[in-house]
Design a protein around this ligand. Structure first.
Ligand code: IPE
Ligand code: IPE
Ligand code: MG
Length: 227
């Protein structure tokens, strides 16, 4: 029996580097292929009857530790990707949003992010949120500080409001590549999420695997502490 509706899906897109290594390619090839998969999965979600929000972990606050060339490539890929993606966003009715601290990005990339948000703000089939230089602890600390600066009491409702993701709690979190951890992603919003870990490397992830995972989610019973 169908127990719950999947409205907000979040994905930790992991395994690009290992996918490339398996092929004897440079890690950046995996990121390129991974970006294509983002397009397919976004299109699946935009056409899904219940999914309203798709939050994707694209770059963490810890990913700056990677080699400079890889970080630079990821920034350029994102710039290029957003530019090319605008048409698909409009065609699929996807509103683009971003969370994270983007102040460390180049002015050009920051402008591209803001312009894409602005150009897609009236699209209503799906909201795609990219987590960019995102860290959940930083997000929570920022929310507390903004609430305090406004003279607000710290309550669950207030804190939820001051987070960068005031959209909704996550119904289902998927992590690809077989790693069994959260890596500083959406700690607050995942409190009662269903979790799904698949060994599939992100560049090999497909809409049909997502379809199976969604069916698995729909067969689960969520109790939220009740009976
Ligand atoms: C995820 O793939 C993409 C980013 C974190 C940007 P990885 O690059 O982490 O791939 P693995 O985990 O090294 O295989
Ligand atoms: C998490 O993947 C971040 C993103 C997918 C953007 P990582 O590959 O950076 O995480 P760890 O290092 O395995 O925890
Ligand atoms: Mg990884």
């Amino acid at each position: 029996m169908k127990q719950d509706t999947l409205k907000h899906l979040a994905i930790i897109m992991d395994g690009n580097g290992r996918w490339a290594k398996e092929r004897g390619e440079k890690r950046v090839k995996g990121h390129e292929k991974g970006a294509e998969v983002v397009r397919e999965i976004t299109s699946y979600c935009a056409n899904h009857p219940t999914i309203e929000t798709l939050t994707l972990y694209a770059f963490s606050t810890e990913n700056w530790k990677r080699p400079k060339l890889e970080v630079e490539f990821l920034m350029q890929l994102l710039e290029r990707w957003l530019k090319n993606e605008l048409e698909a966003y409009q065609q699929n009715g996807v509103r683009f949003e971003a969370i994270g601290d983007m102040s460390r990005f180049s002015k050009k990339l920051q402008k591209r992010i803001v312009d894409t948000q602005e150009a897609t703000k009236d699209n209503s089939k799906l909201t795609q949120i990219l987590a960019l230089n995102y860290g959940s602890r930083a997000e929570i600390v920022g929310a507390v500080n903004r609430a305090l600066a406004d003279g607000q009491e710290i309550t669950e409702a207030n804190l939820s409001h001051y987070l960068q993701t005031p959209y909704s709690d996550i119904d289902l979190l998927i992590r690809t590549s077989g790693e069994l951890r959260i890596s500083n992603f959406l700690l607050w919003q995942l409190s009662y999420s269903e979790l799904y870990f698949t060994p599939t490397l992100w560049p090999n992830f497909t809409p049909s695997e997502l379809d199976e995972i969604v069916a698995n989610f729909e067969a689960r019973e969520r109790r939220f502490g009740g009976v």
